[in-house]
Design a protein around this ligand. Structure first.
Ligand code: CUA
Length: 180
């Protein structure tokens, strides 16, 4: 009798289950955001107006709890992804994950300078991992993830999406070039 052909059937089955779970979770999140927008619990960014006492830590268009409207990032610092230099020499990096890319596609930072990362998604849930560091988080549409990092050594590190987000998932990579 011939031997039965080798197969990855079981593996594929589990992969499909995880994929289905990811799709379901993403849909649930969208429904949740949509429902909260309809019921008015989603922060009404346009109503914020005026001067906020939290202006020093929270930027325009972002609520004090780090919520943001993922469908309209135009009135936030995410409208122009990239680096902003602060008076004390530290840097803020505004990064948008969406449509299978991270923006900007390169970040040039000097070694030894603290960088505060602000990351959000314009569409679905993405992963966010910075090689050479312990930074690893989930990026949810409607939320701003904030992390601090100081690159000690010149070189190149990558930001990769480590959470399956769709057919362009494997293309989601951008780079930090750490300069002397
Ligand atoms: Cu974005 Cu995977």
């Amino acid at each position: 009798r011939p031997l039965p052909p080798l197969t990855h059937h079981t593996l594929h089955k589990y992969e499909n289950i995880w994929l289905a779970l990811a799709v379901v979770m993403t849909l649930l999140l969208f429904v949740g955001v949509l429902a909260s927008m309809i019921t008015g619990t989603f922060p009404k960014i346009a109503d914020r107006g005026g001067v906020s006492t939290e202006a020093s830590t929270h930027s325009m268009g972002i609520s004090s709890t780090g919520r943001v409207d993922p469908t309209n990032l135009n009135n936030t610092p995410f409208a122009t992804p990239g680096l902003v230099k602060n008076a004390d020499g530290s840097l803020d990096a505004w990064i948008v994950a969406g449509n299978f890319v991270f923006q900007p596609n390169v970040l040039r930072v000097p070694a030894g300078v603290p960088v505060t990362l602000h990351v959000t998604s314009s569409d679905v849930v993405h992963g966010f991992q910075v090689t050479g560091t312990n930074l690893n988080t989930e990026i949810l549409p409607g939320h701003v993830a904030t992390m601090k990092v100081t690159f000690r050594h010149p070189g190149e590190q990558h930001i990769i999406c480590n959470e399956y987000c769709g057919r362009g998932h494997q293309d989601m990579i951008t780079r930090f070039i750490v300069e002397t």
